[in-house]
Design a protein around this ligand. Structure first.
Ligand SMILES: *[C@@H]1O[C@H](CO)[C@@H](O)[C@H](O)[C@H]1NC(C)=O
Ligand SMILES: *[C@@H]1O[C@H](CO)[C@@H](O)[C@H](O)[C@H]1NC(C)=O
Ligand SMILES: *[C@@H]1O[C@H](CO)[C@@H](O)[C@H](O)[C@H]1NC(C)=O
Ligand SMILES: CC(=O)N[C@H]1CO[C@H](CO)[C@@H](O)[C@@H]1O
Length: 526
């Protein structure tokens, strides 16, 4: 037992020391590799592409614009930007255009069919993008696994069905990391997705293709899922909005891979979108019948909320320091709220956040369910990650290095049983502290990620930086990631807005207020 703990500690220390020594050097080296050839997408100029989903649906319903013209505009933009960013991995343009046409035909009738009212179809005719890991009838659902190359979904995932019923039309599915378990969206099946603001940089993961195509103007709303930050990190790196709903608020069914064991408590499915006004309607639709239990329609008076700000995790050894530009942006948010709404934003310190990584890891226990190595083999037996690593070294593995590494970590996780137990105790105490702090009207500002969008492959050297998002999965709390303009390098800034369980409408209300002042999404290249 003692030996194991020493070994785990040793491995972590080595990684940390490497990180400290190489941190300043790494950025320099990678900038030499990637900056020379990097580019960005052209600005979005078509006015159809520059509207919220809510506004598009309204215009389609009132026949100010045809659903077909909307669909055509988005298809044209996807065709323009996808060769640059590689976000969309499969399309159903023809079917989508037919479905749009059908809407136009029905609207042609003299009186509005009540089935097409704003209430019944709030996203009437809105083109929808979906993370490829979700089942969309007739579309691939491989999660970037080479052996699933030819699998196609025979049905729609529940969230997809909910959004379709609300009038949205799926037209593309987008790239993820292999098996959705890494924060760079790249795999051996579809290749790598690049950031629309700087193609030398990552889009984040695992819902990376979603946030990328939305930021690039090729879509306006999409579906992501988040077990350690897979909605919020991509939304942050691409400068758009993303919401991780309260645990259990939105059905998770219909995605591959599916979390098992206590992992399931960490997984949430939610919207990614370009305009904050779409967050609440998208969430309501996705939640289906659950929406009735959540008070989404309650008016929110920002003056009645309690605000807290935490600027970093208190110095975890394994996680990078927060970029000063992100700290400055967070302080601007605090100042803005204090000056505009005359509220007090309390700066707090929760010392246990230092152990976020350990707590997240301890909660990610798939005991008795499907293991990651089984998923790597598409549930036909299991992959030997050591053998795959060997093959990888010689460039002939069908798996990515992050997936192979995670497979190895899983094989060694018995070493962590002792420290996991301790981490779970710390977790319980921190959960109580956070619940007491948030009450039922608390808002907490917390960094989404310590670094701005890194260069491709650089996350391999900072594997634990997802701890800032992961810890909120461990609690199951709702969190909205909000863009806060661009950095001096022209990369998106952003912040997490955390709130109490089942109070999703509070963090979304704050997101809307911040969009007005901080500008929300920034047109790339404009
Ligand atoms: C990779 O996958 C392809 C297609 O399924 C298969 O033909 C090939 O043998 C695989 N390669 C390795 C090294 O497993
Ligand atoms: C994905 O496609 C396969 C093959 O049709 C299907 O069996 C599976 O249920 C689909 N959906 C999910 C979420 O895995
Ligand atoms: C996972 O949970 C099971 C059941 O609670 C426990 O016995 C096991 O030690 C845990 N595994 C790890 C690696 O912590
Ligand atoms: C870079 C790369 O591999 N891109 C692929 C993304 O997915 C589409 C659709 O499967 C392929 O056609 C591209 O080649």
């Amino acid at each position: 037992m003692k030996f194991q703990r020493v070994l785990v500690c040793f491995i972590r220390c080595i990684l940390t020391i490497l990180g400290y020594i190489f941190n300043p050097v790494l950025d320099k080296v990678f900038s030499i590799i990637y900056d020379r050839s990097s580019t960005m997408v052209s600005p979005v100029s078509d006015y159809i592409l520059l509207q919220s989903a809510t506004s598009l649906a309204k215009k389609i319903r009132t026949k100010q614009v045809k659903a077909v013209d909307v669909m055509e505009a988005f298809i044209a933009r996807v065709k323009e930007v996808n060769p640059i960013v590689n976000a969309a991995v499969a399309e159903r343009f023809e079917e989508a255009l037919k479905e749009a046409q059908k809407i136009d035909e029905i609207l042609e009738g003299s009186s509005l069919d009540p089935e097409y009212s704003e209430d019944k179809k709030p996203f009437l005719g809105v083109p929808l993008t979906v993370k490829e890991a979700f089942a969309v009838k007739g579309m691939p659902n491989t999660s970037g696994l080479v052996t699933r190359k030819n699998t196609c979904a025979e049905f729609d995932a529940q969230v997809v069905a909910h959004l379709k019923r609300a009038g949205a039309i799926p037209f593309i599915v987008t790239n993820t990391s292999e098996l959705c378990m890494w924060y760079e969206s790249a795999n051996r099946l579809y290749g790598r997705t690049s950031n629309p603001y700087n193609t030398g940089r990552i889009v984040g993961g695992s819902s990376g293709g979603e946030a990328c195509i939305i930021a690039a103007g090729g879509a306006v709303i999409g579906i992501g899922s988040d077990i350690g930050g897979s909605i919020r990190m991509p939304a942050f790196f691409n400068g758009v909005f993303g919401h991780r709903p309260s645990r259990g608020a939105v059905p998770n069914e219909g995605q591959f891979p599916m979390a098992t064991g206590s992992e399931l408590e960490l997984l949430s499915t939610g919207p990614i979108c370009r305009y904050a006004e779409d967050l609440l309607p998208a969430l309501k639709i996705m939640a289906g019948n659950n929406a009735n239990n959540l008070k989404f329609n309650e008016m929110v008076d920002l003056k009645s909320l309690k605000f807290y700000s935490i600027e970093d995790d208190g110095g975890s050894l394994f996680v990078s320091k927060i970029d000063p530009q992100l700290k400055a942006a967070q302080l601007k948010v605090v100042t803005y709220l204090e000056e505009t709404y005359r509220v007090k934003v309390e700066h707090v310190y929760l010392s246990k956040l230092k152990y976020s990584l350990e707590m997240w890891g301890a909660r990610m226990n798939s005991s008795d369910g499907t293991s990651f190595c089984q998923y790597m083999a598409n549930c036909n037996g299991q992959v030997n990650p050591y053998l795959e690593f060997f093959k990888w070294v010689f460039g002939c593995s069908n798996h990515t290095l992050p997936a192979i590494s995670l497979g190895i970590v899983e094989k060694l996780d018995f070493l962590l049983e002792g420290s996991n137990k301790k981490a779970l105790e710390t977790f319980k105490r921190l959960e109580k502290e956070l619940q007491d702090l948030l009450g039922d009207n608390g808002i907490l500002f917390y960094p989404t990620h310590p670094k701005l969008a890194p260069y491709h492959n650089l996350p391999l050297f900072y594997p634990f930086n997802f701890a800032y998002t992961g810890i909120m999965n461990a609690f199951g709390l709702p969190v909205t990631q909000v863009p806060l303009g661009l950095s001096k390098e022209g990369l998106p800034l952003g912040i997490q807005i955390v709130t109490a369980m089942n109070k999703d409408h509070l963090s979304i209300a704050v997101a809307r207020a911040l969009e007005g002042t901080f500008g929300g999404w920034v047109n790339p290249g404009a």
